[in-house]
Design a protein around this ligand. Structure first.
Ligand code: ZN
Length: 254
């Protein structure tokens, strides 16, 4: 891959995209994946269907010849996982009241059952939250602390809310949005939280960082986000890259 990017996670939004992500990860060594149903797609959410996909995805590892067992060492209660496993998270899951507001209960149900599946199969969760901070927090509080990890992806809330999430053991992840002129909130957050509490992402194909804003985003562009965050935090770029890289690798057991 370009720009020094070693590994990428293909994140899903429904069952067909989860199946596709699995196929891509099987094909390319450097690609890992998540499975999950995004709040915009919960209308036909079926927990059994997702659970069957998780079970069969985890069995990919058993079929591999070099099936060395590794420790999921990033969490207090280390769990033995097959090193060849490429399913690294459940996501995107969460609540989104921006696009669809009339199915809040359905969204909450899907979010909760996917958190429970993640716990059952010892996987971290990737949370999507848009205009639904109160209800998201209420659900997260019920399940904190997250033994297997939780990250609020594309964080764009206030510093105050960021600190509430961090106290619950939820990590934050930032996209190219941090490089946008009007994103003052996000800049304030990324400047003021501890270096071990966040990592960087693309949210491909959306939200390409400046100077690629408006283009189709891709993994190589994450370097532009890293440059911007290093400047904001007044630290050398290699140190910022190394820290966020380690945080992500630890979180997803990559
Ligand atoms: Zn999202």
């Amino acid at each position: 891959m370009r720009a020094g990017v070693e590994k990428a996670i293909c994140v899903s939004w429904d069952i067909p995209s989860s199946i596709k992500a699995r196929e891509i990860a099987i094909k390319y060594d450097c690609v890992y994946y998540s499975v999950g149903v995004h709040p915009d797609n919960v209308e036909d959410f079926n927990s059994t269907e997702l659970e069957n996909l998780i079970k069969s995805s985890l069995s990919d590892a058993d079929k591999s010849q070099n099936n060395v067992i590794a420790q999921r060492s990033c969490h207090k209660n280390a769990v033995a996982i097959p090193k060849t496993n490429k399913l690294v998270a459940i996501g995107e899951i969460g609540l989104d009241y921006y696009r669809i507001k009339d199915n809040k209960e359905k969204q909450k149900q899907a979010f909760i059952s996917q958190i429970e599946l993640a716990n059952k199969y010892h996987l971290p969760i990737i949370i999507h939250c848009r205009e639904a901070y109160g209800d998201t927090l209420e659900i997260l509080k019920r399940y904190a602390p997250f033994k297997y990890g939780a990250v609020m992806h594309c964080y764009s809330g206030s510093l105050e809310f960021a600190n509430v999430l961090l106290k619950l053991g939820v990590k934050l992840s930032f996209t190219g949005v941090v490089t946008y002129k009007n994103a003052t909130n996000v800049k304030e957050v990324v400047k003021n939280i501890s270096l071990d509490s966040f990592f960087l992402e693309t949210d491909c194909p959306y939200l390409a960082p400046t100077p690629h804003r408006g283009e189709r985003n891709e993994p190589a562009f994450v370097v532009d986000t890293a440059k911007y965050v290093a400047e904001l935090r007044e630290m050398p770029l290699p140190a910022l890259i190394s820290a966020t890289d380690q945080n992500a690798k630890k979180f997803f057991s990559l």
